[in-house]
Write a protein that binds this ligand. Sequence first.
Ligand code: ADP
Ligand code: MG
Length: 259
Amino acid sequence: MTPTPPATPLLSVSALRKSFRGTPVLKDVYLDVAKGEVVALIGPSGCGKSTLLRCLTWLDPPDDGFILIDGQPFGRALVGDTVRRQGRREIDRLRPKIGMVFQQLHLWPHLSALENVVRPQVVVLKRPREEAVARAQDLLAGLGLGGLEDRFPYALSGGQKQRAAIARALAMDPALMLFDEPTSALDPELVGGVLQLLRRLAGEGMTMVVVTHEIGFAAHVADRIAFMDGGRIVEDGPARQVMEAPADPRLAAFLDLIR
Ligand code: ADP
Ligand code: MG
């Protein structure tokens, strides 16, 4: 019997580094995420989680290291033994593969919920407007925002805004979704609904990296937990194992603090 070769990870990050004004924030980050996998990224405030997500989308260009999306170099490529920095156009070609949902509820305030979801499809993907509208209506309805399409962000609750932001990201048909503390700006009674939605996306096979302090979500929905401290992922393993038998003392101390 020939062994099945290991599948190419959907996301592969190696030796990623980022400094701000000479202060290293990401120090050699390594992370692989398989297709369909849900990874919860946890760690103390200031350890570099948001910076990592921003570097993964090239919103903040990393200083060093490599990102592969479905095996394709993103941002920087190794050609032989020289490193080639990609141009804007190459970066923009792959960027829509990664959907990002921020902690703060980033919607365009001057556009309706519907237009928030339609506009990037038309502008970035060059989708015909009619098709983009149909897709947006579908997504908004599916996320419980049917009937609210014409509302502007100020007239939506925090949970509704976050779901509209998720709809906007999903409309781009990303291969991978990154969530940066998607529930931390929400009133407590709205957290459950957004977590429920993430759980549903996970169940539908969406590949996701979720920065979260919702330890119940990490334990029950994530396949893996990656624990970051001081700009490095210092522990990464099956969710249950990481929660129940943390190997690194920093992780054990962190879990004690948040549980
Ligand atoms: P986390 O999301 O884990 O709380 P961040 O990635 O936001 O951490 O921040 C990691 C460190 O990088 C912090 O010390 C923060 O102050 C610093 N940092 C983040 N973004 C910038 C920036 N644009 N300029 C300078 N320092 C930054
Ligand atoms: Mg953060």
